[in-house]
Write a protein that binds this ligand. Structure first.
Ligand code: HEC
Ligand code: HEC
Ligand code: HEC
Length: 210
């Protein structure tokens, strides 16, 4: 599906849901989703992005997102850039450290998190994470350094905890179910989205909706 069609359909569904939403809290959440999606798709100029003050002189000096991002490997989600591939292909070469004495640690270790229910299991790859992030971003605050200790759940992720601290905020969004739930179970041909989760609104139904 072309990006624009996907976005139009997504916005349509979500704004429809927002209009029909029973509670102001849910309507606000859905509205924020629309704003986020519109921003993601169009690389709005800084003056209209709702973040920068259009009267500020900085708006004329700062590089525009479109100019900075359009040459990079594209993504259909989030801020429209496939950052892991951008780094792999050497399209950008960020400085790894500020201080010469800092030891950069990388780890090539996949952890399989076996979600219960009908979803394919989750592969958590350390390699791409440790290319962007130091271990202390996750250990031992967000996650224990021991498989199975952290009681990871989709509900918490959707509340912005655990993987959701970054995914949906600075890393690819939670609508990309299959990028995490990437290991199909034997005999399973495609992801089965369980009754309790509505992927259109990233929200466990009946939970967290006040
Ligand atoms: C950023 C990674 C990530 C994304 C994106 C993601 N999930 Fe998950 N999901 C997880 C992790 C991690 C678990 C917990 C695995 C475990 O049990 O240890 C999980 C667990 C689940 C579970 C099992 C029940 C539970 O609450 O733990 C379901 C169902 C689920 N996810 C559905 C979805 C759906 C539907 C989407 C897309 C709308 C999605 N997930 C997107 C990482 C993700
Ligand atoms: C983006 C978050 C994140 C970063 C950064 C990260 N880890 Fe992890 N790590 C995890 C998660 C999630 C698990 C699985 C936790 C669970 O299952 O409860 C894990 C598990 C581990 C484990 C246990 C593996 C096993 O098989 O028992 C070790 C060891 C580990 N990490 C070391 C590191 C080191 C060393 C670094 C830095 C080079 C690092 N991690 C960076 C998220 C991260
Ligand atoms: C501290 C921030 C942080 C946390 C916590 C985090 N991630 Fe990520 N993750 C990133 C960043 C940054 C990237 C690279 C940018 C992107 O792909 O959007 C990434 C990329 C990924 C990728 C893409 C790898 C690829 O090859 O494209 C997967 C899969 C992933 N994360 C799964 C998870 C899962 C599952 C969890 C929770 C167990 C998790 N992440 C927790 C920051 C985080």
């Amino acid at each position: 599906m072309p990006v624009s069609t996907f976005r139009a359909e997504f916005l349509d569904t979500v704004s429809g849901l927002a209009r029909g939403a029973a509670s102001p809290g849910l309507a606000l959440f859905l509205w924020l989703l629309c704003v986020g999606a519109a921003w993601a798709g169009e690389w709005l100029p800084l003056a209209n992005d709702g973040i920068h003050d259009p009267r500020s002189r900085a708006v004329k000096i700062l590089q525009q997102p479109r100019e900075a991002l359009q040459g990079l490997t594209p993504d259909h989600a989030g801020n429209q850039v496939r950052w892991v591939q951008v780094l792999e292909k050497g399209e950008i070469r960020p400085r790894e450290k500020l201080f010469p004495q800092t030891v950069v640690q990388k780890l090539d270790l996949d952890v399989i998190l076996d979600a219960k229910g009908g979803m394919p299991a989750v592969r958590f790859p350390h390699r791409p994470h440790t290319e962007w992030l130091d271990c202390v971003n996750c250990h031992d605050g967000l996650f224990a350094k021991s498989v199975g200790q952290s009681k990871i759940s989709m509900f918490k992720i959707l509340q912005g905890e655990q993987c959701g601290v970054c995914h949906g905020a600075v890393a690819f969004p939670l609508t990309e179910c299959a990028r995490c739930h990437s290991i199909p179970r034997p005999g399973q041909s495609k992801p089965v989205i369980p009754a309790g989760i509505d992927p259109r609104i990233h929200q466990a139904i009946g939970q967290g909706q006040k």
